[in-house]
Design a protein around this ligand. Structure first.
Ligand code: RET
Length: 252
């Protein structure tokens, strides 16, 4: 599979560019965040750093061929009976990277542990059912049922992003930055199911290189641009993101 990637320039570049950008983002964040003292501000920064840590590992899995396979598509699929290259490692590793995006956003909004937990569980199942959709070869209907289930979980995630957290962010005083990142996240995340549907694993209107570049392009904005914007805000350690001041009673 390693050779199959290198032979396809579009596919190879969509992977290697992301390895470089994830590495660069890790270095930039480590540099930008070196003066952060507050532990809550630091936690948000670490969560964003982890997004790129997962990403570089994910793209290494694809580059080395470890998380890529050829699958024979079931009857009814536009490429039925043909071997289709599946970069299934993407869907698997989203289950590790996207929770950090939601953790950072939930903390930024000042949300509660129960809500952040629920959003992350829904998100992990969105990714795992998306992986199941990609790997199912027994029946075309089953592939799309998995897709529908994944979309249902996605709607749950959107509820937190669009309804619960903006309200909380407003109260917390992070409304402006939260709304910018929310918009970026919601618009980019909506792109992923669209790419899946039109890509080589869905309706096959895009070939494998174009599908991979579409995901890689979304990743660049949803992960690296997102991260830099968030860290630029958090590194100034505004009161809205730092730990609550200690309320220890004065000694009697
Ligand atoms: C799939 C296909 C099934 C239906 C839905 C999907 C949604 C995927 C999303 C992925 C976001 C990924 C990110 C990765 C960054 O590392 C699995 C494509 C709804 C929203 C942001």
């Amino acid at each position: 599979m390693y050779e199959a990637v290198l032979e396809n320039t579009a596919l190879a570049s969509s992977i290697y560019v992301n390895i470089a950008l994830a590495g660069l983002t890790i270095i930039v964040i480590a540099f930008m965040s070196r003066s952060i003292k507050d532990s809550r501000a630091s936690l948000i920064t670490m969560a964003t750093l982890m997004i790129s840590v997962v990403s570089i590992s994910s793209y290494m899995g694809l580059a080395s061929g470890l998380t890529i396979d050829t699958l024979v598509m079931p009857e009814g699929h536009p490429l039925a009976g043909e071997e289709v290259i599946s970069l299934w490692g993407r869907y698997l590793t989203w289950a590790f990277s996207t929770p950090f995006i939601l953790l950072a956003l939930g903390l930024l909004a000042g949300s509660t542990a129960d809500k952040i937990f629920s959003a992350i569980v829904l998100d992990v199942f969105m990714c795992l059912t998306g992986l199941a959709a990609a790997l199912t070869t027994s029946s075309l209907a089953m592939r799309w049922f998995w897709y529908a289930l994944s979309t249902a979980f996605f709607i749950g995630v959107l509820y937190y992003l669009l309804v619960e957290w903006p309200r909380e962010a407003e109260k917390k005083g992070t409304g402006d930055i939260f709304n910018t990142l929310k918009l970026l996240t919601v618009v980019m995340w909506l792109g992923y199911p669209i790419v899946w549907a039109f890509g080589n694993e869905g309706l096959a209107l895009l070939e494998v290189g174009a599908t991979s570049w579409a995901y890689s392009g979304l990743d660049i904005i949803a992960k690296y641009i997102f991260t830099i914007l968030l860290v630029l805000y958090v590194k100034e350690e505004p009161d809205s993101v730092t730990s609550a001041p200690s309320t220890a009673p004065a000694s009697a």
